[in-house]
Design a binder for this molecule. Structure first.
Ligand code: FDA
Length: 313
């Protein structure tokens, strides 16, 4: 299992594999299970389908590690337009948000230019009344990501950041983040990390996740105005977090669950029916290969879908 995960995560970095896979129709058909399409319009259409179920969306355009400023500028322009479209679509799909990756906004090229692009998006999101999430990427980007998030929040508060339970340093990071009242989306973590940096065993990651969840729901965090979001499909953890919130007498809106489009659909709908806050992260865009490999790494059984797609027309 661990070996397969490493294999897929290593594959996610391979340019050759990316070029091969993106040309194959059967791979594209398998990917369709996790994304409604490559265009913003596809993602917006999916958001309007989820909305009547009481499930707002978070939209993200796939892409990372851009190596040209012009590309990063194009990403900023794209998201500015997307924020306008999301605002226009509010009657049909209320509550939509966006999530961005800083390496897609040029973090590898220059931190300050990346920040300028982030700030432009934060400003537009503020004008449109839309919350903006910052994804967390590999651990070498962590300090820069937290720093830029902090600076963006100093300009406009409607910004949150993802933190990864698999990292050994996350309890300390969270302790520093919580008093600032920022939105926090807690996930397990999707990248290949060294054992000195991240817990290698799933049971340790799950245990860390629950401990961090408790910290996110503690009185101090709530008093600071933290928006506690749990980005997971792990129903055991979701149930445990909800039970913990109930035991503490917290209102339903104290915790919010974010799941990926196409994964655990029944759980998404059940949570919404039961009055829990739930959102679905919809990815779109042409640059889906590394992202898709990370989804395979999370659940190697997904490879079966790739093979099944080989025989579908
Ligand atoms: P786990 O992997 O234990 O899965 C629990 C169960 O969920 C599985 O048994 C299976 O049933 C189902 N499941 C999980 N993944 C599946 C898949 N790919 N296909 C089918 N079923 C699956 N990571 C990161 O490093 N930075 C980030 O910014 C984000 N952002 C983010 C946002 C949101 C909304 C989500 C849901 C996830 C992320 N992630 C992320 C990814 C995250 O780190 C993690 O890799 C995945 O969520 C898988 O872990 P689970 O918590 O779902 O648990």
């Amino acid at each position: 299992m661990g070996a397969l995960r490493s294999l897929f995560l290593a594959g996610s970095q391979s340019r050759w594999l990316r070029e091969q896979a993106t040309r194959r129709g059967f791979v594209r058909r398998a990917v369709a299970r996790f994304m409604p399409g490559e265009r913003l319009d596809d993602a917006l259409a999916a958001a309007t389908v989820l909305a009547p179920h009481g499930i707002p969306a978070v939209l993200t355009r796939l892409g990372e590690n851009v190596d040209q400023d012009a590309e990063a500028d194009e990403v900023r322009e794209h998201y500015e337009g997307a924020l306008d479209r999301i605002a226009d679509l509010r009657p049909l799909a209320p509550g939509c948000e966006i999530s961005v990756k800083l390496t897609q906004l040029g973090l590898d090229l220059d931190r300050e230019r990346c920040f300028a692009r982030l700030l432009a998006l934060v400003e537009r999101a503020h004008q449109r009344g839309i919350f903006l999430w910052i994804d967390m990427e590999q651990s070498p980007y962590l300090d820069a990501t937290l720093d830029l998030c902090r600076r963006a929040r100093a300009a406009r508060p409607g910004v949150g950041v993802c933190v990864q339970a698999y990292l050994r340093r996350t309890p300390a990071d969270l302790e520093a983040l919580l008093p600032t009242g920022t939105g926090v989306r807690l996930v397990k973590g999707a990248y290949m990390e060294a054992p000195e940096v991240a817990w290698p065993r799933k049971q340790d990651v799950d245990r860390a996740y629950f401990e961090l969840a408790r910290a996110l729901l503690a009185d101090a965090a709530r008093q600071a105005g933290v928006r506690a979001v749990f980005g997971t499909h792990d129903t055991r953890l979701i149930d445990a977090i909800r039970a913990h919130a109930r035991e503490r007498g917290l209102p339903a809106e104290a915790c919010e669950f974010h799941l990926l489009f196409g994964i655990q659909r029944q759980v998404q709908e059940r949570l919404a029916r039961e009055g829990a806050r739930v959102r679905v992260l919809i990815s779109y865009g042409a640059y889906w290969f590394p992202w898709y490999m990370r989804r395979l790494a999370e659940r190697p059984a997904n490879v079966l879908f790739v093979f099944r797609s080989l025989f579908r027309r």
